[in-house]
Design a protein around this ligand. Structure first.
Ligand code: NAD
Length: 478
């Protein structure tokens, strides 16, 4: 496949949009804030509706040739993109820390995971299945591409969550219009710029908004599938907006994941793992442990160990090598988490943290709250921040019922020295993924998706690839 010469930028704005293979200035600009300082990091391009329409039109036109391109050539394009991203990994990681806030080591890990995600999809295939073949008939199932896919992503893992959508969409023969969250547009724009010379014009378009174009994109008559990751509240709007044209839809939404600790664990060992599972990315992980259920016999010891770990955590600018936890990603989330801190202080007993830090940027001390009732906001709602409520239970059945007593159903974890016991509990949890004695492991070849109001549809794995296709049955008489 030859590079598209039009995509090579010689002059122009920093962080341009990508429309039809060209790097273009936005109709407007967008201020991007560094969450570690609360101050302007840079400006980037912001699209208006006409630019969104141009991006969709380019994707629609490009679909004709891209969908007819052999999968082997599309695979090669993905592998070139993975190699290019890997080669510029340090640059992407630094930019990711600056726009998102996570420590540089975590950003480096996200970039590496994104490269691995592209390669994992590039290794997959969409073979024709022979469903029946005999003397009188032959029935086969093909996996046809859909058309223009809208990929809409949130701000917690801007690069990784983009790859989970873009890589399978492109491999399957679709074209894409991607829209990042307005507070983390930079790595997505840079990724678009990196891809522009490696893909035919229009195959991957990137537009940026200020939370004003998402609905326009999901309603667009020429978009046939929406792959959305974000909050449950926005997911509801997306679901309503695609009804008019019966678009294919994947919704990866919020979670309020419970971890259940059984009474036979090593407290120190499990506390360290639970702490990581709750506090990673400053708690801004859809699958973070957001409620922890601990038996009476271990409750005091577990609370004390979690508080010790919280007090020992180094919070700071992600670019400082010593930093273990960065800021919250944006001011809105910072204000929201501060409300959860008030709830924790008034409804429960704060034993570590409990306050925002007295410094510039959106920093909150990692917080552990004990003796908090089930009806507190911090227990019922998704806090999406480094504030963990620890809840006491007397019977495992009670813990399971309380863990399941939520409209969410994304993930969950069970911790026990006895894997048989843990498996029994795991089977009763009403969520899309349950980990036993580990957490937050998401291999690219294993399907992932939420239950209940955490969404529907699958990402990753062969199923995640097939979500970007339409089954076509060809039923032939012989
Ligand atoms: P959000 O719903 O506010 O925004 C997500 C994206 O949707 C952004 O790009 C935003 O601009 C866009 N958007 C806003 N309004 C829209 C509309 N009307 N139509 C279409 N798009 C619109 O979510 P967020 O605050 O950026 O992300 C945090 C949430 O995402 C949390 O609830 C978290 O649990 C969830 N999340 C889920 C997963 C998962 O895989 N299930 C992964 C990461 C984050």
């Amino acid at each position: 496949m030859s590079a598209n010469p039009q995509s090579l930028r010689t002059t122009g704005p920093e962080y341009p949009l990508v429309i039809n293979g060209r790097l273009v200035a936005g109709a407007m600009t967008l201020d991007v804030i560094n969450p570690a300082t609360g101050r302007l990091l840079t400006r980037c391009a912001r699209a208006d509706k006409a630019q969104l329409d141009a991006a969709v039109a380019a994707a629609k036109l490009a679909f004709l040739a891209w969908s007819a391109t052999p999968i082997q050539a599309r695979r090669q394009a993905l592998l070139k993109i993975a190699a290019a991203l890997e080669a510029r990994g340090a640059e992407f990681a630094r930019l990711l820390t600056q726009e998102q806030g996570k420590p540089l080591a975590a950003a480096t890990h996200e970039v590496g995971g994104s490269v691995a995600m592209i390669r994992a999809f590039a290794a997959m295939d969409l073979p024709v299945k022979i469903l029946r073949e005999n003397d009188s008939e032959r029935i086969v199932q093909q996996r046809a591409p859909l058309g223009v896919v809208a990929a809409i992503t949130p701000w917690n893992f801007p690069l990784m969550l983009l790859m989970i959508k873009v890589a399978p969409a492109l491999l399957a023969g679709n074209t894409v219009v991607a829209k990042p969250a307005p507070t983390t547009p930079l790595t997505t724009l840079l990724f678009g710029e990196l891809c522009a010379p490696l893909l035919p014009a229009g195959v991957l378009n990137i537009i940026v908004d200020q939370n004003d174009l998402g609905g326009v994109l999901t309603q667009h008559p020429d978009v046939v599938k929406v792959a959305f990751t974000g909050s449950t509240a926005t997911g509801r709007k997306v679901m309503a907006s695609v009804a008019g044209t019966i678009k294919r839809l994947t919704l990866e939404l919020g979670g309020n994941d419970a971890a259940i600790v059984l009474d036979d664990v090593d407290v120190k060992d499990v506390a360290a793992k639970v702490f990581r599972g709750a506090m990673m990315n400053s708690g801004q992980v859809c699958l973070a442990i957001k409620r922890l259920y601990v038996p009476d016999s271990l409750y005091d010891a577990m609370c004390a160990e979690l508080a010790r770990l919280a007090d020992a955590t180094v919070v700071g600018d992600g670019l400082d090598a010593a930093t273990q936890m960065g800021p919250l990603q944006n001011k809105t989330q910072f204000e929201k988490v501060k409300e959860f801190l008030v709830d924790g202080r008034t409804r429960g007993k704060v034993i570590a943290g409990g306050m925002a830090l007295e410094r510039d940027g959106y920093f909150v001390a990692p917080t552990i709250v004990r003796d908090i009732p089930d009806d507190a906001r911090l227990v019922r709602e998704e806090q999406f921040g480094p504030v963990l409520p620890v809840l006491r239970y007397s019977s495992v059945d009670d813990a399971i019922a309380r863990a399941n007593g939520t409209e969410y159903g994304l993930g969950g974890t069970v911790w026990s020295a006895d894997s048989k016991r843990a498996f029994e509990v795991a089977q009763q949890m009403t969520s899309g993924t349950v980990w036993v004695n580990k957490h937050l492991e998401l291999p690219p070849d294993i399907p992932f998706g939420g239950a209940k109001q955490s969404g529907f549809g699958t990402e990753m794995g062969q199923e995640g690839l097939e979500e970007f296709t339409q089954s076509r049955i060809i039923n032939m008489a012989k």
